[in-house]
Ligand binder design. Structure first.
Ligand SMILES: [Zn+2]
Length: 493
């Protein structure tokens, strides 16, 4: 088991714009917070990519021996349609349109989120807190900020006073914006808001009469501002200062900027040592958007049921494809890219499986320790998964030469090669070992043949209810049974 002390990870810190050597606040422990999804629709593939980047970071830190507390929240209230504190609550709107309870919306899409992440073999975070479960903590933070004179109440709503805050602490340090430019570029409020200044943001909003999601507070029956939940939950579970805060690039401003301001206002210290941001996912070179049709749901990748792809891909192939880009690079999702990754993925899996058939000798023609070190160096360099994967393919080459007999390996080196490959492919990258022959039809046909046999037995026993049930359930799963003279065959659609 490798130890964290042997490894010096460098992390690109969005706050400083530099790669910095990672030094956790408490030796051996890492606190990491990642902004989770707002659960009002099926999880977007771009979000899956962001969470996957942090899943790999979580896995790698654990692999090095760190004790990691990974907090990823669920936003189930407070996120309005427009980031400037206007519009309907996203969850309440969906509930109104579908004539269901907001909590039904939350439940449906939280389940969807977990299902998709499970398919992609994500590790669950250590804590997954919800905004609605931390209303009291959020109210307490508002009280502190009001006491410090950095917020004001108007008509039952409370706003953070960005101008006042900026007098002593710079607002915009993360996104490299300065307040004067922001003010210059923003429109007047036209008297439509209670805010003193357009840059101010809501800590608490008084609920309109028809707004369902509301809680009592000292100021009004209302709901917390979107940025506040992350400050409340990260402080509660990770402390006033913690190691890593992550999220998608789009959250840098205003969300993360506001988180910094809130925490600084409360505790007079920077809440986060390393800010990390995952880049966007686009499709076929363009922004992914439902409205333009340039869009794919994660489930459609697994079923192949989308015009932008020519076949279904197993989740590990899609995962492998996404990790072939560094988390700070834009990832272009294309059918050709997936097809190429599929080939590479199966080459890697087949090579790992072939290790069991290799007979060691008394000498090695490779320096396995050096190769292993290169794998660690790749991940230590700001979690560079594409470089790591390139190193894994170096091992594939070695394994193929060993198979062909053009190279040799000692027993110890073979063991080291195997444990290292397993560690990086399965534990760190989170891939699942499926071989090209197992992944598709062969595995399926075995199961379907069994069901066809059971159906024949049922028919022989005149149990037509069972035989029809087998046929109908298979049809519902996209498998058609065709009864012919030669027996029953099946087709998939
Ligand atoms: Zn957040």
């Amino acid at each position: 088991m490798p130890l964290y002390t042997d490894n010096h990870i460098k992390i690109y810190n969005s706050l400083t714009g530099e790669k910095e050597t990672f030094t956790p606040i408490s030796e051996g422990y890492v606190g990491m917070y990642v902004c989770g999804p707002t659960v009002y629709s099926n999880v977007h593939l771009g979000n899956v990519r962001t969470f996957m980047s942090f899943d790999v970071i979580f896995r790698y830190l654990k692999h090095l021996g760190y004790k990691v507390r990974y907090v990823r929240n669920i936003t189930d209230a407070g996120h309005l349609e427009n980031d400037a504190d206007v519009g309907e609550d996203r969850i309440a709107k969906k509930a109104r349109l579908e004539e269901i309870e907001p909590m039904e919306v939350v439940q449906r899409y939280t389940v969807d989120f977990h299902n998709i992440l499970n398919k992609f073999n994500f590790l669950p975070p250590s804590i997954e807190p919800t905004a609605t479960g931390h209303i009291i903590e959020q109210i307490e933070i508002i009280k502190v900020i009001l006491e410090k004179g950095l917020a004001y109440e108007v008509n039952g709503s409370v706003y953070f006073d960005v101008l006042k805050y900026n007098e002593t602490k710079p607002y915009g340090i993360l996104s490299k914006r300065n307040l004067e430019d922001l003010m210059h570029n923003s429109r007047d409020l036209d008297g439509q808001s209670d805010k003193r200044n357009p840059q101010d943001f809501a800590l608490w909003k008084k609920a309109e009469p028809l707004h369902i999601m509301r809680w009592p507070s000292p100021w009004s029956d209302g709901f917390p501002g979107w940025h506040l939940e992350c400050t409340a939950m990260s402080t509660k579970y990770l402390g006033e200062q913690f190691d890593i805060h992550g999220g998608g690039m789009d959250l840098k401003f205003p969300h993360h900027e506001c988180e910094i301001a809130q925490a600084e206002a409360c505790n007079d210290k920077a809440p986060v040592n390393y800010w990390m941001h995952a880049n966007m996912l686009i499709m076929n070179g363009k922004k992914m958007a439902k409205s333009t049709g340039n869009f794919i749901l994660p489930t459609e990748i697994f079923s192949g049921d989308n015009p932008h792809i020519t076949k279904a891909f197993t989740p590990s192939v899609a995962r492998f494809f996404m990790l072939q880009a560094h988390y700070r690079s834009i990832l272009d999702f294309t059918n050709n890219g997936l097809l190429a990754s599929e080939k590479g993925f199966f080459r890697l899996m087949d090579a790992i499986n072939a290790l069991d058939e290799i007979t060691p000798t008394i000498t090695s023609t490779f320096n396995i320790e050096e190769w292993r070190q290169k794998c660690y160096e790749a991940m230590n360099d700001d979690f560079n998964t594409p470089t790591l994967i390139a190193n894994l393919f170096e091992a594939v080459k070695i394994i193929n030469q060993l198979k062909e007999g053009t190279a040799t390996i000692t027993e110890d080196d073979l063991a080291l090669l195997k444990t290292t490959l397993h560690a990086f492919a399965y534990d760190v990258l989170g891939l699942v070992n499926v071989t090209s022959t197992e992944s598709g039809t062969e595995k399926l046909s075995g199961a379907v043949e069994l069901l066809i046999q059971l159906r024949q037995e049922a028919r022989a026993n005149k149990d037509f209810a069972t035989s029809d049930k087998i046929r109908d359930e298979l049809a519902a799963a996209g498998i058609q049974l065709n009864d012919g003279k030669e027996g029953t065959t099946f087709t998939t659609n």
